[in-house]
Every structure is written in structure tokens, then in C-alpha cells.
Design a protein around this ligand. Sequence first.
Ligand code: ZN
Ligand code: ZN
Length: 339
Amino acid sequence: MKALRTIAERQVEVLDLPVPKPEPGEVVIEMKATGICGSDLHPYRRPTKWHLEGFISGHEPSGVIAEVGAGVEGWRVGDRVVPYFRRVCGQCYECRANRQNLCTNRRTSYGHQGCDGSHTELMRVEARYLMRLPDHLSFLDGAILACQGGTAYAPLARMGVSGRDVLVVSGLGPVGLLSVIFAKPMGATIVGIDPSAGRRELAKKLGAAVTLDPTAGDVGEQLRQHFPDGADKLTETSGASPAHQVIGDLLKPLGTAAIVGLGNPTFQMPMRHLAMRELTVFGSSIYPNVQFDEMTEFIKRHDVKLESIVSHQLPLEEGPEAYRIAADANSGKVCFSFN
Ligand SMILES: [Zn+2]
Ligand SMILES: [Zn+2]
């Protein structure tokens, strides 16, 4: 079977590996769609020792069960599934409270730090992480929801985004674009910010009322030309320090910001904004797997077109090219398709 791994800075290798067999408690999934996430691009730009030692990249699996291992109940060959990629202890307080994304005793996630991921034709996963992909969603939808869709949705839900809000979406990569298409049916008036003209244009098509170019001058002043009081809420998906610096200037007093984008080891913003405007700023890390069904139901009710953020679909064999396109930060979401 074909699979991909990152082997050096900006180098992805196409591998030919033996077909995996499920261990007890596991299934093997035949991949139907999988994407490249920002978290695959961080090591692509700066590989870690884990990457240089080699493992299959990717953590957005979506497919059908091809083989069921011993002792697995409730799942059959042919079931459409999306495995939750964050592997957890299942026993800590957060796990028991159905907030597995916050497990305090996490195991290595699929597609991270030596644990094989989803950029492969066949993937072994523990059955406990399987989530059922409803028939009204495509496999591509499943791959989008596996990580980035949920990452976009969860902070909007936590902020209670509604028609009363001017919402800034900072960064219009895949997670930012997904934030736009989820926030639109929630009712928000959306302001998208990104230096890429192509991404700003896509955000407008997907429902942003206004888009701003941070390289064209002070974004706070640009925003206030449209909304004199500033924004009520903000979701920060870029992970860039200059974007962090202006969060407080974009928000109204008592405004709320979710910090979603990684890729920067620290977060800093001016105290004069944080304290003087009494802002609420919180971090957000993927989504609790219990929220998967809520998201699929929301998508159905509001006819959310997740696939509209996909700009490229390539076969796994073109992995090096797919990573290059994704790392350019000018495209929508880049995904792999399978025959
Ligand atoms: Zn991801
Ligand atoms: Zn746990």
C-alpha cells in the first residue's frame, strides 16, 4: 500500500508498505479521503526527531472499515467512519466528562510523534476512537471534520456566536474559511483578515461581509471604517504574532477572542487592550469527540458545504506536490483522494 511520510525539511516521501493487520480491539480502515492540516505543515517546515525517524503523516482519516480485529463489537466491514485522531486515557476527569480533547494523560495522537497517521491507503486504528460518518456527508466532508472542521466549530460554539455579533476571523486558511462557513448560518456578520488576496476572495464567496488586508495598513482602523465600535468576537486561526498583537484593538470592550492557530510557541498581546477593555481570551484545541454528532446535525440542518473550502484534490502519489501547494498558504484546503 502507498503511504506518505515527511523525511526532511520540505521533503515528503511516497512509501510502499505492507498491508496492516488489525490487532485485537482494532480495525483497519480503507481510506477514502484525507487532508493536509496546518499541524502537518509545522513539521514539514521544521521536522522534529520523530519525523526524521519516520512515521506515516496525516490525522484527518475518513473511510470505510476494511477489516475488524478480534474483540471489536458494534462495527462491521463497510461501516463509514471517521476516527478521532487524539488518543486518550479514557479514565481521567476530562475523558469521563466527554472532553477527550483535554485528556490530562494523553497518548500519542495518530499522525504525530511516531504514531502512524492517515496519509495512507489502509490505516490501523483502535475501535474506541471510531465515530460514525452519517450518509448525508461525503468522505471528503468526514476528512474535513476530522480535525479542521471541528477545530473551527468548537470555539464558535463556546463563544455562542449569533446574529448579534460582528465576528472577526483572523487568518483565512482552511480553519479560517471553515469558521466563515460555520459562523454564517449562526447569524454572525463576518470580517475576514488575511494577507492573501486569493484567500480573502474565497472568504467573501463563502459569506464574509468584509475582508481586510493586514499588509494594507492598521487593521483596527480598517475595521472601524466598517464597524465603528469594533468586533464583538474574534477567532484567531493564523497563529501569527502580528495577528495576536492586534486582537485587542479589533475587539469592543468586554469582547471575546478564541486562540485556535498554533505554530507559535508563545502568545502575547498588549495589556492596555486586555485589561482596559476587560477582554476574555481563551485557547481552543480541536473539539470534544462528543461534539461530532452535533456538528454533523448542524451541517445537515443548515446545508453547510464543507467541500467548498477544498481547492485541490490529488492522489497520494502526488504527496510532495500536495504538501508544496498547502505550504504556500495561498490555496484553500488540500486533500488526497483515493480510487
Ligand atoms: Zn489538524
Ligand atoms: Zn484522559
